[in-house]
Design a binder for this molecule. Structure first.
Ligand code: NAD
Length: 274
């Protein structure tokens, strides 16, 4: 496999995209540790994919991140790849709709998870990754570049994570490559802040309405799945495949950034053939 013997730690590895990456990395020959705040999800994952080791913790805590890195090193003696991926969404709560009494806490929850969580994973893992000349991969989003993939909380947090990517790629070179994947909307368990009552909501409930919307809006007319993303992570994690890549973002969102104004996709304005 592309990742033979690579020791990898995936935050938010218990569900959705993180879990899909964990399973794919196993098939590529990696040793995989999934870090998630949900013990239930990790138990399910490790029961179904016994090659994966689960560690329960909260990405918002430096202690938890450090404990995870220590446990990986105790178990495998090294750490080659970290995928910082755990995140929450704001279910597109607009500025106007955010309740005055919860906007403060909701902001903190979203930023602490989506931005501080990535920073703390990098902080905890950098010494170990540096020893191995390893790599760090961040999960960004279409919302790292464009409006309407969330409300102001999520969009700002994902733009901030893009800034973090660029700064860390600069600071950690030449020892650690730092790259990202920016998926578009996928049906997963993605939940929201407790402060907005969205902690047990799931983005997958929106997936029904997406099919038609994406078909009309996106050049590729499709709603991506988590399995459509995993190859990008494999490439970025690969020492040989991504040797020259740092600070790169693989956008896998159906082409949001190359939408036409007159036509969704160029096929719509081919001259008619007689
Ligand atoms: P998901 O909820 O299915 O998986 C995320 C996992 O992270 C969950 O298992 C959850 O328990 C865990 N998690 C959340 N907060 C945590 C915390 N504080 N500490 C530890 N673990 C925590 O969601 P997903 O869609 O797979 O999300 C993964 C990443 O993909 C996120 O960064 C998200 O922003 C990004 N993303 C998702 C979509 C989408 O439409 N689903 C689109 C673009 C980007």
């Amino acid at each position: 496999g592309w990742l033979d013997g690579q020791v990898t730690l995936i935050t938010g590895g218990g569900a959705g995209l993180g879990r899909a990456i964990a399973e794919r990395f196993v098939t590529e020959g990696a040793h995989v540790v999934a870090f998630d705040r949900s013990a239930t999800r990790l138990e399910r994952l490790t029961a179904e994919v016994p090659e994966v080791l689960g560690i329960v913790g909260d990405v918002r805590s430096l202690d938890d991140n450090e404990r995870a890195v220590q446990q990986v090193q105790q178990r495998f003696g090294r750490l080659d790849v970290v995928v910082a991926n755990a995140g929450i969404w704001d279910f597109q709560a607009s500025l106007d709709s955010l309740p005055a009494e919860s906007v403060d806490d909701a902001f903190d929850e979203v930023f602490h998870t989506n931005v501080k969580g990535y920073l703390l994973a990098a902080k905890a893992a950098a010494p170990a990754l540096r020893r191995r000349r390893g790599s760090l991969i961040l999960t960004l989003s279409n919302a790292s570049f464009h409006p309407d993939g969330g409300g102001p909380l999520y969009t700002a947090s994902k733009h901030a994570a893009h800034g973090l990517l660029r700064q860390l790629a600069y600071e950690l070179a030449p020892d650690i490559r730092v790259n990202a994947v920016a998926p578009g909307g996928m049906a997963t368990e993605l939940s929201g802040p407790t402060a907005l009552g969205l902690d047990s909501a799931s983005i997958s409930t929106r997936a029904g309405e997406w099919q038609d919307v994406m078909a009309r809006a996106l050049p590729l007319s499709m709603v991506p799945t988590v399995d459509d993303m995993t190859s990008a992570y494999v490439l970025l994690a690969s020492r040989s495949g991504a040797k020259a890549m740092t600070g790169a973002v693989i956008e896998a969102d159906g082409g949001i950034g190359v939408r036409g104004v007159f036509h969704r996709a160029g096929s719509g304005n081919r001259p008619a053939t007689k």
